[in-house]
Ligand binder design. Structure first.
Ligand code: SF4
Length: 255
C-alpha cells in the first residue's frame, strides 16, 4: 500500500500572521485611499506594497523552488520578528513549528509531483540512548538495534530503502556534510530551534523537517516518529533499486 505523508503540524498560526498582516495593510490602504483623496497616492502605494509582500507566499511548484532561498530568508525574518511576542505568550515552539509546517507543505507539494533523486537524512545525536556506546556518529551501521532508541528503526529503514543518512552531534558538521553531499532534498529531524536554524542556514536546499519529542528534556534521550520519516522518504524520494545482498545487521549488544 502506498504511504501517505501525515500532516506535519499546523501552518495556520504562521499564515495568519505572514499573510494576514500584509493583507490587512493592503485593505486598509485601499480604504484610506477612498476616504482621503488628498493622500490617495500614498495610500495606494502602501496598499500595493503590502500586496507585493504577501504575493510570494502563494507561489508553489517550480516557481517556489526557483525563489526558495529568498522566500525562506524573508519568511525567516517574519519568524524572528514575531518570536519574542510568541515567547511572551508562551507559544514560541508552536510559532516555530507552524513555520516548519508551512515549509513542509510547500516542499511536499513540489516533491510529491516529481520525487527527489538524491536525498539526505540528517538526524541529531541525542536520539541515541545516553548510555549507549555504539559509534553511530561515524556509521549508523554500528547500532546494535537493541530497541532502546529510534536509531535501530532508522537503520532498518536506511538499509531497506538505501537512504543516505547521517547522525551529527554538531549543527555546523551537519550543515557542512549537507553542503558537501549536494542533495536535492534534505529530510531533517531536530528540535524546533535547530530546525529553524537549519532552514535559514541552508535555504538553497529544500528541506522537509520532522520535530523531535523531548520526553527527558533537551538533548537527552530524545525521540521522534520514525513512521513519519519513513513516509517522507517513500512519498518524496525516488525509490532506489534494492539489493538482495543488503539486509539489516543484527549484531548482539555484547559484540
Ligand atoms: S538502538 Fe540501541 S544500540 Fe542502537 S543506538 Fe540506540 S541504544 Fe544504541
Amino acid at each position: 500500500m502506498a504511504a501517505t505523508l501525515p500532516l506535519s503540524g499546523n501552518a495556520r498560526l504562521f499564515l495568519l500572521v505572514r499573510r494576514g498582516l500584509p493583507m490587512a495593510g493592503s485593505l486598509a490602504g485601499l480604504v484610506l485611499a477612498l476616504l482621503e483623496p488628498n493622500a490617495r497616492g500614498w495610500y495606494l502605494l502602501i496598499s500595493i506594497a503590502c500586496a507585493a509582500e504577501v504575493w510570494p507566499t502563494f507561489s508553489s511548484g517550480q516557481a517556489f523552488l526557483k525563489n526558495r532561498a529568498a522566500s525562506i530568508r524573508w519568511d525567516g525574518l517574519w519568524v524572528k520578528a514575531f518570536r519574542p511576542l510568541a515567547r511572551a505568550l508562551g507559544r514560541e515552539r508552536d510559532w516555530i513549528l507552524s513555520f516548519c509546517a508551512w515549509n513542509n507543505r510547500r516542499v511536499q507539494a513540489v516533491f510529491e509531483r516529481e520525487r527527489a533523486r538524491k536525498a539526505l537524512v540528517l538526524l541529531p545525536h541525542c536520539i541515541q540512548a545516553a548510555d549507549c556506546k555504539a559509534d553511530v556518529i561515524s556509521d549508523l551501521g554500528h547500532c546494535f538495534q537493541c530497541g532502546r532508541c529510534p536509531a535501530g528503526d532508522v537503520l532498518e529503514g536506511m538499509l531497506a530503502g538505501r537512504w543516505d543518512c547521517r547522525i551529527s552531534n554538531r549543527s555546523h558538521k551537519a550543515y557542512r556534510e549537507a553542503r558537501e553531499f549536494r542533495p536535492d532534498l534534505i529530510v531533517a529531524v531536530s528540535c524546533s530551534d535547530r530546525l529553524l536554524k537549519g532552514l535559514l542556514k541552508l535555504p538553497e536546499v529544500p528541506c522537509y523537517v520532522i520535530p523531535l519529542q523531548l520526553p527527558h528534556g533537551m538533548c537527552v534521550d530524545t525521540t521522534f516518529s520514525v513512521p513519519h520519516l519513513q513516509a517522507a522518504m517513500e512519498c518524496l524520494v525516488q525509490p532506489r533499486p534494492t539489493s538482495e545482498n543488503v539486509a539489516p545487521l543484527r549484531l548482539s549488544a555484547g559484540a
